[in-house]
Design a protein around this ligand. Sequence first.
Ligand SMILES: [Zn+2]
Ligand SMILES: [Zn+2]
Length: 531
Amino acid sequence: MRAVKLRGKVLIDPNDDSVDLFTKIIEERKRNKNDADLSYWLKILANSIYGFFVELIPEHFQQPKKVMVFSGDESFPDSARVTEKRGQWFAPYLATLITSAGRLLLALLEVEVKRAKGTYLYCDTDSLAIVASKKGGTLRIPGAHGKRILTWDEVDRITAKFRALNPYDPNEVPDLLNLTDDNYVCTCSHELKTEHDEAGACEVLGCKCTAKKKIRRQIWGVGIAAKRYTLFEKVLDRRGKLTDIKIANPKAHGNRFSVSPKDNPKNWKKDAPLWIYEMWDYIVRGFLELERTLPDWAALPQMMRFSVSTWNVLKMLGMWEGARPHNFMFMVMTSEAFSFDLDFDNKPDKKPMVIVPFSSKQREWPKLKGFDIHNKDRRGKFRCYRMDDPDFHPLTYAHMMEEYVRHPEAKSLGPDGKLCTTDTRGLLKRTHITAGRIRYIDKETSSMWAQGDDLSVVTDHDETGFRVIEYGKRRKVTIPDSVKRVIEEMGQRELRRRGLGQHTSEKALRSTVRIQTYRKILSVIDGHKRD
Ligand SMILES: [Zn+2]
Ligand SMILES: [Zn+2]
């Protein structure tokens, strides 16, 4: 192994046992804070390096190929049209250890918060949004049952405990666990990270502040579902009445398929685009019953961008002259119930899929003309739709926001212990997962992204869905002796009564059976034991 210099600057020598690649990346990032490019590069490397270790490259074949399926407990042959080639740095044990250590740290933090009788608004990848205020108090929301709002001091004491686990040079990285910048503002009350430049000068128009100085602030949050949350600041008047809010660090998850309805201003340096700030401003004002007006982009039709990347897509578009290979196009989001205000003679046969030419100028969207590639008229031509046709009502960004707020959380239970609905409010509960049987699947990928925005993989009921291959469904197994004994004890009559034929049970005792049959035998035995 040879030593390398990352970006020609940071020396990594694998022969030097005193240096660990992972800690070094983080320490060097802090050490090189003033070198913005290098620091950013190291940050990206640190945050994404584990991905290299689990890179799997799918290869597609016309005919099924023989594959071996490996798991911790067993391995068996099968066949598949898609195989997974290992990436150059494939070392899945490293990737799983890195991600599970991250999970472990978060679990430790969660336990500490729970011990202090506190709770949190959300938990996302590497952070926990602990419910806290300067003076603390009692949390009064449905399902809170005596849970406390922790004090800032209590949060600081929990944070300090994690210093004992810090693997980094404390001179460079004093804390393993930090309060994020969202918890602070400058003395000029503007955001530290996004409203001040590197040197510390405030960039807000009219603000003359020249140096960042951290002041801890009370930050609030709204969470709708996993990865749909925002933090914000409340602006009060002199008498303490809420007059305004300021969105800080909103999350844009959940609408990654829609195209930006508004361009960012020049030199925009916040993580989320401006329109996401405006969307959350509108949503949070609704919750707080503050005056609000719909953003100017709310009436625009919702568009999903895709590229004409394969022959299949071109075929779907029926060689429509507006579609050329490698063009970008828009799919107009529509609703069957409300978008097509047409008379019965013209009622479309299939769920319409309206495609229009791509335009990066949002102003032009309402004037676009496109086709429903699922339905043809009497003359065999695609039905034509004009976006400004009074009989055609595409879903708008206002609809999207309405839907966004009503999205039920699927991974947790409501305060009542039941599945969440759109109306669920309060502190959610954990959903318990009961493991049934082991199923062997390939890498889980969104069908949209796996095909690189390929429209031909988007089906009616699976517009954003996930697709996996399951292995070993046709596999044959030998039944364990313990199970054979139970089969013999139960006897033919009882087995038949429970739906297991003589031929099958005899075959199970003698040779191999399909895995499905084995599962059936197990459930028959289970039923027998329970009665
Ligand atoms: Zn300022
Ligand atoms: Zn300032």
